[in-house]
Write a new protein. Structure first.
Lengths: 289, 434
């Protein structure tokens, strides 16, 4: 899956990404936290216990009062890729799960090479295994085996999984959701929850062309790949047309919400090469800002 | 084609299991979908909204039935191809007996059996293969070949048009023998017997001869019939009487009445209550000294709801009986000599029940010519044997044998010197008195 050719494409992607994001993305980012750095931000009165190294003696000489100098703390971009590993991701040719892992690898790689902290976490009904704090290109030795060994199965419960994620990861950052967005309890409530925790969310909606326009016709027994539930149907052209409308409505509802919540959203058709998709995401912006 | 096609098309019954299996089980292919809910939401309230969508479900079944029909048709053609190519010789034996005057069905619909038989014969003629030849036999009391083997549809149609139904019972066995004789030299023989079930002869023939296909005409219809109505003489008592026999051929009891009349006037009414297959027999004394005819007419009653009772055959509801006169006839024999007189005297002497032997007389033609009017008044019949007077009186009854009196609008062409006597049907009601 992650062979030499894949790595070569990632390298190319990284070079292009640097050009696109130049001036807009940095390894060192201004944090809203105040701490130790070279960039002054404010003063405050001294309180017992404060580090005496940060006292402004010039101000003490003029005013004879102790003030503490405050600097903006610098921190790395904390980026997490949440990868949907439910059974529905096995659908498609090539299957969506493979495609989603390639996208996750590409995004994590770009993040790692820009000295950000990159994390990849699998989820289904709950949070699954994770590859954490990947920094530097050398970490591909951790990232690729991790993604290669991931398996898919089970149902999706985003809201429950995201609650778990928030509990596990207290740092705020960029969350890239790579999923087919099939959740019986709805996708938008889960995204709203994640957004409410002040995460920057970017949604990559993975879909296969056979989902968009299913090549089904005749008397069929349709079986849900996640739950095993089935429905006997006679699929006609008219029914297929209505399904396409329903699918488009489902995707558009998420997209509309994302736009209103200033959340990035992009459709990822498995037939489009992953590097083309990632470039499109980077050009559009919003993934990292 | 029409004979064997029906057998082939029995295969069409295979459509029944096809339909049953279709209803019981529609094989559905399994297809995995990532998110079934999208489909469930669609069909929850929108499934099969239009008539066309509903019909689409049956298109598959219709297609299967069409394929089956094609297979059955192909099989039928294969099995029948031999008969298509074969040159068959068919004899149509059409029952023209009295029973064919009967109704085709109990309710009276459909006309007579004979009309139905003609229609069936025409249908066979029209539907035959071009290579088949057909002969037509009228199966009456004496079977008759109306049309020998022919492939001309026109001639065969004309033969059907020439068929007439009689008033006597048919002899189907004789007709079958005649058909067999016609088919003696033929290779592919078939006999189609168009007859009703009357008497059971048709069924027996069909059971005995494999070449015979009995096409039954008409269903069983209840019938009450006058089976015998005769005037008879009791020689011991010297009186005449009528013998009446009525039989109920129906499966149910029948109530009816018989009206008996003489010379157009009803003299007696007999109410009858006949059980199934029951028979009524009655003798009725006669008082018709001058002779004449008696008529018996069967009048059917009505059902409980007032509707007339249906009788299968109207022909046997009326019967006539000739009643001989009670007086013996006196005959005057006029002959040239005794040798000529002798056979006539012997014949007259043998008719003891008709001829008053004592009142008969023989004389020469000259003696007759002397007083013709007086003799014509005295004798019931004057028989001229090999001699005749120059002219006949204006009155009287005359029988001339090898003699032609003058004054008649007739011309003598010659004399039969050796006349031949032929057997007559002496049992016939009228022939008995000739």
């Amino acid at each position: 899956m992650f062979d030499a050719d894949f790595l070569r494409r990632l390298e190319y992607l990284d070079v292009v990404a640097r050009k696109i994001l130049q001036g807009r993305i940095r390894a060192e980012r201004m944090s809203t936290k105040r701490g130790t750095s070279v960039e002054f931000e404010d003063y405050r009165n001294y309180a017992p216990g404060d580090d005496l190294r940060y006292l402004d003696w010039n101000v003490f000489g003029r005013l004879e009062e102790l003030f503490l100098k405050l600097y903006r703390e610098e921190e790395n971009l904390h980026m997490t890729v949440l990868l949907d590993c439910s059974r529905s991701m096995a659908f498609g040719q090539p299957d969506k799960f493979l495609y989603a892992r390639q996208i996750a690898a590409a995004i994590a790689y770009i993040g790692m090479s820009n000295l950000d902290d990159a994390n990849v976490r699998a989820f289904t009904r709950d949070m699954g295994p994770a590859a954490e704090r990947l920094r530097g290109k050398g970490k591909v030795k951790v990232l690729f085996p991790f993604l290669t060994n991931l398996t898919n199965g089970g149902e999706t419960d985003m809201r429950r999984a995201f609650r778990r994620y928030v509990a596990l990861e207290r740092r705020r950052g960029v969350v890239v959701l790579v999923s087919d967005l099939y959740d019986r309890d709805g996708v938008i409530p889960a995204l709203r929850y994640l957004k409410s925790r002040r995460h920057e969310v970017f949604v990559i909606h993975v879909m296969d062309k056979d989902e968009v326009d299913p090549p089904l016709r005749g008397d069929l027994r349709l079986v849900d790949s996640e739950t095993g539930a089935f429905k006997d149907l006679t699929v006609t052209d008219a029914l297929r047309a209505r399904y396409k409308e329903a699918f488009e409505g489902h995707a558009r509802a998420v997209e509309t919400w994302c736009r209103s919540a200033e959340t990035g959203y992009v459709r990822a058709l498995t037939q489009v090469p992953f590097d083309t998709l990632v470039l499109k995401i980077l050009k559009r912006g919003g993934l990292v800002a | 084609m029409s004979f064997a096609a029906a057998a082939g098309l029995w295969l069409g019954l295979l459509a029944l299991p096809v339909i049953a299996l279709y209803i019981l089980k529609i094989k559905r292919h399994r297809r995995d979908v990532p998110y079934l809910r999208l489909w469930q939401d669609l069909v929850a309230d929108k499934a099969f909204r239009t008539l066309f969508q509903r019909l689409q479900r049956w298109l598959s079944l219709l297609l299967q039935l069409l394929i089956l029909a094609c297979l059955v048709g192909a099989f039928a053609i294969l099995t029948l191809s031999d008969s298509f190519l074969r040159e068959d010789s068919i004899v149509l034996v059409v029952d023209t007996g009295a029973s064919m005057n009967g109704k085709l069905r109990e309710d009276g619909e459909g006309g007579t059996r004979f009309a139905a038989a003609i229609e069936a014969a025409r249908a066979i003629i029209e539907g035959r293969s071009a290579k088949d030849e057909i002969a037509v036999i009228s199966a009456g009391p004496q079977p008759e070949v109306l049309q020998g083997f022919s492939r001309s549809t026109l001639r065969l149609r004309e033969a059907c048009d020439a068929l007439t139904v009689g008033r006597a019972s048919s002899d189907l066995r004789a007709a079958h023998r005649l058909a067999r004789d016609l088919l003696a030299e033929k290779k592919h023989r078939r006999i189609v017997l168009l007859a009703d079930a009357s008497g059971g002869a048709a069924e027996e023939i069909a059971a005995q001869d494999g070449d015979v296909r009995w096409q039954r005409i008409g269903e069983n219809v209840g019938n009450v019939a006058i089976v015998r109505f005769q005037a008879r003489r009791n020689h011991a008592l010297g009186t005449d009487y009528l013998l009446l026999v009525v039989r109920n051929f129906a499966d149910t009891p029948r109530q009816c009445r018989v009206e008996i009349g003489f010379e157009g006037t009803t003299k007696k009414v007999l109410p009858l209550d006949l059980p199934p297959d029951g028979e009524f027999q009655e003798t009725i004394p006669l008082t018709l000294p001058e002779g004449g005819y008696a008529k018996a007419e069967l009048v059917h009653g009505t059902n409980a709801d007032g509707t007339p009772i249906t009788d299968g055959l109207a022909l046997d509801d009326v019967a006539y009986a000739a009643v001989p006169t009670a007086r013996l006839y006196r005959v005057l024999l006029v002959a040239p000599d005794e040798a000529t007189e002798a056979p006539f005297k012997a014949a007259l002497g043998a008719m003891g029940t008709l001829i008053d032997r004592a009142g008969c007389q023989a004389m020469s033609v000259d003696a007759f010519a002397a007083r013709p009017d007086e003799l014509a008044e005295k004798f019931d019949l004057i028989l001229f044997a090999h001699v005749a007077p120059p002219a006949l009186p204006a009155r009287g009854n005359y029988l001339c044998v090898n003699a032609l009196p003058g004054g008649l609008p007739a011309k003598e062409l010659g004399i039969e010197r050796q006349p031949e006597l032929k057997e007559a049907d002496t049992d016939h009601a009228l022939a008995r008195f000739l």
